[in-house]
Design a protein around this ligand. Structure first.
Ligand code: SF4
Length: 99
């Protein structure tokens, strides 16, 4: 599953630099995927693009952003359950199309 940022977020953006998939964006900032720009997914606080989050699979053993968050605002999104194989396939897709 992807991880998500809850309303506990204080928009410090400490997590943004930790993400190997460039999946984290500031409030209101459009995101990039495969060279295309898309509308921001959250206007209130820092957010994670589910289609770019691999839970750090392919890079690290643990999600790096969860550890970086000072308010414990980053949690696993139980509505987006994915297997390790699916997450690795997502990582490989991002390798191909660009982050
Ligand atoms: Fe990025 Fe890893 Fe956090 Fe997903 S879990 S948003 S890939 S740092």
């Amino acid at each position: 599953m992807a991880v998500m940022i809850t309303d506990e977020c204080i928009s410090c953006n400490a997590c943004e630099a930790e993400c190997p998939n460039l999946a984290i964006y500031g409030a209101g900032t459009p995101y990039i995927l495969g060279g295309q720009e898309y509308a921001a997914l959250n206007e209130e606080h820092t957010y994670i693009v589910p289609d770019k989050c691999t839970e750090c699979v392919g890079f690290y053993d643990e999600p790096q952003c969860i550890q970086a968050c000072p308010t414990e605002a980053i949690v696993r999104d139980t509505n987006r359950v994915e297997t390790k194989e699916q997450l690795l396939a997502k990582k490989e897709h991002l390798d191909e199309v660009g982050r």
